[in-house]
Design a protein around this ligand. Structure first.
Ligand code: BTN
Length: 255
């Protein structure tokens, strides 16, 4: 990692192999790690996705977790997902040919030409006051490899390499990602979530189009009407209602 340029306030811990960069950073957080600590690993043995799903982690892709200690109510923590998605979309865009269609899929994925190239796993801990004590933003970007369509995937996948970024490597993507992350984090802090929401909406995948969302034991179908002021998904259903969805899995329309 010689020469990895990161903005002031960030410190990268580079490891060959960990169970999960989120878990490693959680341990370091418990031991007093400072905001801006970044754990980057070449491979993970227990990479995790949302809903306790496995995140396959071969060498060649990017696995990174960033520690934030925002002084904000617990309910605002999820806004960091959108900050991370915008930063990831920028880092992805920086390595792909001009004109690549890069979109953000609610709540935590980045797509290229409709296929998932990156996912975000946010975890948090509370202070005794009930406010956030720490927030770990875990980001996985498929740089060189992606799961094949035949595998049990919620969404079809791709990689930067498959999309034409032939020379890119995980370290270069990490460098671009941290710079972009700090830019969007500063916008979040200085201009508020409204600015982040507006930028995310401009990159939103499928806004105004049919959507299917899997909730606990339920499937909601309708039109992706909007993102509400707090980051929840608004789905207009055929019976004329507007559903506000705080957590769920979005499937390809018709899938
Ligand atoms: C998802 O799409 O479900 C989220 C995937 C998040 C994967 C990243 S890889 C780095 C960090 N460490 C983990 O164990 N998971 C996240």
């Amino acid at each position: 990692m010689r020469g990895l340029a990161v903005p002031a306030g960030y410190r990268v811990v580079a490891l060959d192999c960990v169970d999960s960069t989120n878990d490693e950073l959680k341990r370091r957080t418990g031991a007093g790690a400072a905001a801006g600590t970044v754990v980057w690993a070449r491979t993970q043995t227990k990479g995790r996705g949302r809903g306790q799903r496995q995140w396959q982690s071969p060498v060649g892709n990017l696995y990174v977790s960033i520690l934030l200690r925002p002084d904000c109510p617990a309910a605002h923590g999820a806004q960091a997902t959108f900050v991370a998605a915008l930063a990831t979309a920028d880092a992805v865009a920086a390595s792909l040919p001009a004109g690549s269609a890069i979109t953000c899929k609610w709540p935590n994925d980045v797509l290229v030409h409709g296929r998932k190239v990156a996912g975000i796993l946010l975890e948090s801990g509370l202070a005794p006051s009930g406010r956030l004590d720490w927030l770990i933003v875990g980001i996985g970007i498929n740089v060189a490899w992606h799961p094949a369509d035949g595998e049990q995937l919620l969404y079809p996948a791709t990689s930067l390499r498959a999309q034409g970024a032939l020379d890119v490597n995980a370290e270069a993507v990490l460098s671009a990602l941290i710079v972009a992350f700090e830019r969007w984090r500063a916008i979040w802090v200085e201009d508020g979530f409204a600015a982040v929401r507006a930028a995310w909406r401009a990159r939103a995948h499928g806004l105004g189009r049919p959507i299917a969302v899997g909730l606990d034991g339920e499937r909601v179908e309708g039109v992706f009407a909007d993102l509400d002021a707090g980051g929840a998904l608004l789905v207009a259903t055929a019976d004329g209602h507007m559903r506000t969805i705080l957590a769920g899995d979005v499937f390809p329309a018709g899938g």
